[in-house]
Write a protein that binds this ligand. Structure first.
Ligand code: ADP
Length: 461
């Protein structure tokens, strides 16, 4: 199977969240299943080498080719999509350019892709272009099917209709059966409508997005296409996330050398300037700072949680959260360590050095952090939603995390207190840690399911 995999972020080249982790791992897992995969992404600032790249550049890694599409006016910027104050105003121009250019390169290099697999609104237009003039009818793509993966339905790529002519699409597609959404252009909607198969990143989220509560206005479209919608659970790249060979942490460890996890905790507390204490629970959080991630509930609970625990937050995002969290960090400087940036290395030390990981997400398409945490023996504390339902069962039900079912400050605090309680018994804590470290959320199972999806859409006309 020949697959062109297109994503606006791919780890380790560019990352703001989980989609980059997926795009940096799934292509290799697909290659192991016998696929020929070429990955397409923008050439952002900081990606090297770039000097010899003209319209695009190529690098090869473990059997997968990476194509970086160059346009310095659009992609040579400080951030991928926008600043803390908001999105870049020309995102439609930037990503529609990317989509057209990716298709033209696929044709130029004569890559007879059987599947074009796109991800979220940034690449959704590729699915649209494949089924609309002038590309539709181009014999080069006549055997190409498209798969569209929704990583987060809340980000839809919505733009003013005055920009429609920049898309190069016929006027007839600007109506509510296609790209129009309440008078505006909605790129994600286009991806849903024009793709042969839609996937999303967990089975529970696949069901939830067909409801008014989670569908972000697109539940009707998703219900209509439900026979072509499937939830495939994301996974973790254990070459990247593995405490037994992690270059960013203080001391490697595995289930047989758990005491070294505590060496990581000790030295990490020191690094953060927190009191060094094995018995004080250290709660970590690594997250985009967006309302989705439960930053509000975290802030409201902090005063109470910090009476018994230490908390370290690494996050970047909405400026309003930067401001309010900074105030908390001043107020609780002995027990709350705040880092407002994107920092891969620090993220690893948080997963390794914390006892528990906080994920009070309001909604969560899949979530990777809870699965990464397991590998590091760090117990996730999560709200019962989306992919967290599929990956975290409560310890009381034999699972490996602490789960709260009612989204309230009280229930969140009570759940953190259950964790404190369990860890107050060292043996119980150790047993739990060892158990979760042995969970297997590797990419193979997902890659096999994606292969099935590819085969299935090849049978459709
Ligand atoms: P989402 O994709 O919604 O942001 P996920 O849980 O699926 O959330 O994936 C988040 C990924 O991004 C994880 O790999 C997490 O460690 C990483 N991450 C999030 N924020 C930061 C940050 N500020 N610094 C470093 N890594 C981060």
């Amino acid at each position: 199977m020949k697959v062109a995999f297109c994503s606006s972020e791919v780890f380790p080249f560019a990352k703001t969240g989980g989609m980059a982790d997926v795009a940096g791992a799934l292509p290799f897992a697909l290659a192991k299943q016998g696929c020929e995969v070429k990955v397409f992404m923008p050439l952002y600032k900081g990606i090297k080498p770039r000097e010899n790249f003209t319209d695009y550049g190529v690098t090869r890694k473990e059997g997968v080719e990476f194509f970086f599409i160059r346009n310095d006016k659009y992609f040579l910027r400080e951030y991928l999509y926008g600043t803390g104050r908001g999105d870049y105003s020309d995102n439609l121009e930037r990503f529609s350019f990317f989509c057209r250019q990716a298709l033209s390169i696929i044709k130029k290099i004569v890559f007879p892709a059987q599947i074009i697999h796109t991800n979220d609104w940034q690449t959704a237009l590729m699915n649209v272009y494949l089924k609309s003039e002038p590309i539709f009818g181009d014999s080069f793509f006549k055997n190409t099917k498209s798969v569209f993966t929704v990583h987060n339905l809340a980000y839809q790529g919505v733009f003013d209709k005055s920009k429609y002519d920049k898309l190069g699409l016929a006027e007839k597609y600007f109506n509510d059966r296609y790209l129009e959404f309440y008078g505006r252009i909605n790129l994600l909607k286009g991806g849903l409508i024009f793709s042969d198969m839609i996937t999303t990143v967990s089975p529970t989220y696949a069901k939830q997005i067909q409801t008014v509560d989670y569908g972000c206005g697109l539940e009707g479209v998703l219900r209509e296409k439900r026979s072509r919608l499937l939830g495939i659970l994301n996974a973790v790249d254990y070459d990247v996330w593995n405490p037994s060979r992690d270059k960013y942490i203080y001391k490697p460890y595995c289930p047989a050398t758990i005491k070294d996890k505590y060496e990581n905790k000790r030295r990490f507390q020191k690094e953060l300037g927190l009191k060094v204490s094995r018995n004080t629970l250290l709660l970590g959080m690594v997250s985009r700072l967006a309302s989705q991630k439960g930053v509000d509930i975290l802030q409201e609970s902090l005063d109470c949680i910090l009476r018994r625990c230490q908390v370290v937050v690494l996050g970047f995002g909405d400026e309003k959260y930067h401001k309010s969290l900074k105030k908390k960090a001043v107020k609780f400087k002995d027990s709350f360590s705040l880092h407002l940036k994107f920092d891969e290395s620090l993220a690893h030390r948080i997963y390794a050095g914390s006892d528990c990981f906080l994920m009070p997400s309001v909604f969560e398409p899949c979530g990777l952090s809870q699965m990464i945490s397991y590998k590091y023996g760090t117990v996730p504390i999560v709200y019962h939603t989306g992919g967290l339902v599929d990956t975290v069962a409560d310890v009381e039900a034999g699972g490996g995390g602490f789960v709260f079912d009612n989204y309230s400050v009280g229930d969140f605090i009570a759940t953190v207190e259950r964790a404190v309680e369990l860890f107050s018994n060292k043996d119980d804590g150790l047993k739990l840690i060892k158990r979760i470290m042995n969970y297997d959320f590797s990419w193979k199972a997902a890659a096999v399911q994606y292969m099935e999806v590819y085969k299935k859409c090849r049978c459709w006309r």
